[in-house]
Design a protein around this ligand. Structure first.
Ligand SMILES: Cc1cc2nc3c(=O)[nH]c(=O)nc-3n(C[C@H](O)[C@H](O)[C@H](O)COP(=O)(O)OP(=O)(O)OC[C@H]3O[C@@H](n4cnc5c(N)ncnc54)[C@H](O)[C@@H]3O)c2cc1C
Length: 409
């Protein structure tokens, strides 16, 4: 089936999945509009990773070198105990080369900035707005917005994050799909707080972590706190002061530089604060509406895979839409192409023996042993990256069939 007019797509959310999908859909001839609730693309965030098959995706987009140029420079991460004593120091180059040598560690905001720069001239971005209602019928989706005039699109894609508005409108309340993992995370910039270039420090006790470092050369220091919080309702309706109080309570008995960091949180202006959970859904699409990224397969930061999954999911969805004029067939192909990969990455976050946040005393001791091996480069000193390496490569990227195949398909 050939389309006389380009197909139109509305994407909700302009962080990672949204602009990446917009990039590919524009390449495949769609007229794309992206609606973003914030006034501009949002910077901020700690280091994220672009790993394994996601490296292939950004290479296919032609932005790998650009991202590499703004990646977080190699750092030494010093792991310390409760008294601030060094357990081990590793260089991120050693760790990355254990996982996949071409992986990129990069500040989240940098990725969004690059994706936006590569789509802003070809795609319509509407900021300060949000989808209010969606009404799907045989020939399209009628959309009303909280501010703009109503419009109709061929398809709508929710790329609006773990608390997705699109998912709520089409599939129902978040509680049906969210799996709380028992942690709270707070990430914030700490201006004027001394951060040594290319060095960060991580403090762990079982079920609690604090890290402090710099993600961009010359940039401000950033703190990363994550801690066990058994009651997910403790976060509900909590304002900024309440969030600071919650953190202060969780860290009140901790050593190292924790008291300074917790105090500094009260004067930050870019706090990212959320419960740590996953989204698991049996269906990622309904009629003419699909979901991508954290909105339908959020893995939690513990997996270290969220951004890679968003990039790969967007690539797979766009490829399926390029291969199929019929959206139902396209959404089914998208699901087949990447569901197993997404589940494997989500499962990474469920093992309690993670590098960043070992859950138990035993897991912490085991992790420290592996770190010491890695820092002394002892032969057989442990492979911290094995599970991540396997999960991050567990997909064969789909290809766009050639035009003749598509026309007959
Ligand atoms: C400011 C920020 C900081 C982050 N920091 C980190 C970090 O340090 N470490 C980490 O691992 N992950 C972080 N994340 C999450 C990380 O970006 C995602 O896990 C991953 O990259 C998947 O991206 P996504 O595009 O699917 O979702 P997200 O990155 O969550 O993006 C969702 C986008 O949708 C927008 N949006 C939400 N609701 C609406 C609505 N109703 N209408 C229109 N737009 C809407 C949001 O403003 C956002 O731009 C951060 C996300 C944000 C937004």
């Amino acid at each position: 089936m050939n389309h006389a007019a380009p197909r139109t797509a509305l994407i909700s959310g302009a962080s990672i999945a949204g602009p990446a999908l917009a990039f590919w859909l524009h390449r495949y001839g769609f007229d794309v509009t992206v609606v973003e609730r914030s006034a501009a693309v949002r910077g901020g965030g700690y280091n994220i990773d672009i790993r394994g098959a996601a490296v292939d995706v950004v290479k296919r987009m032609g932005i790998y070198d650009e991202l590499k140029a703004v990646r977080t420079p190699p750092q030494t991460i010093t792991f310390v105990d409760k008294d601030g004593r060094e357990i081990a120091s590793i260089n991120t180059v050693d760790y990355v080369s254990q996982v996949n040598p071409e992986d990129l560690e990069i500040a989240r905001g940098e990725v969004t900035t690059v994706l936006y720069a590569h789509t802003r001239d070809d795609v319509e971005y509407v900021f300060n707005d949000s989808i209010a209602t969606l009404d799907t019928h045989d020939s399209g989706v009628d959309v009303t917005f909280t501010r703009g005039a109503p419009r109709t699109f061929d398809i709508v894609v929710g790329a609006d994050g773990i608390h997705s508005n699109t998912r709520r409108l089409v599939f129902g309340e978040e509680s049906r799909f969210s799996r709380y993992l028992g942690y709270t995370v707070a990430i914030f910039t700490v201006d004027g707080f001394r951060a040594e270039p290319q060095r960060s420090t991580m403090y762990n006790v079982p079920g609690l972590t604090a890290a402090f470092g710099r993600t961009t050369p010359g940039g401000p220091g950033q703190a990363f706190l994550a801690f066990r919080q058994d009651d997910p309702d403790a976060l509900r309706e909590t304002d900024f002061d309440g969030q600071c109080d919650l953190v202060a309570r969780a860290y009140r008995n901790e050593g190292w530089r924790i008291p300074e960091i917790v105090t500094a949180m009260r004067s930050t202006d870019d706090l990212y604060f959320d419960s740590v959970g996953q989204i698991r859904m049996d269906e990622w699409s309904k009629d003419r509406v699909a979901l991508v990224g954290d909105s339908c397969f959020a893995p939690a930061f513990l997996s270290g895979q969220g951004t890679s999954m968003a990039l790969i999911g967007s690539y797979c969805l766009a490829t399926a839409l390029a291969n199929n004029a019929d959206h139902t067939a396209a959404f089914a192909e998208y699901d087949r192409a990447c569901r197993a990969f997404m589940v494997k990455s989500q499962d990474l976050a469920l093992s309690g023996s993670l590098t960043v946040l070992p859950a138990t005393e035993e897991a912490l001791l085991r992790r420290n042993e592996v770190l010491r091996g890695l820092s002394s480069r002892r032969p057989g000193g442990g492979d911290l990256g094995a599970a991540t390496r396997e999960a991050s490569n567990a997909i064969t990227l789909p290809e766009v069939a050639d035009a003749a195949d598509r026309a007959s398909g």
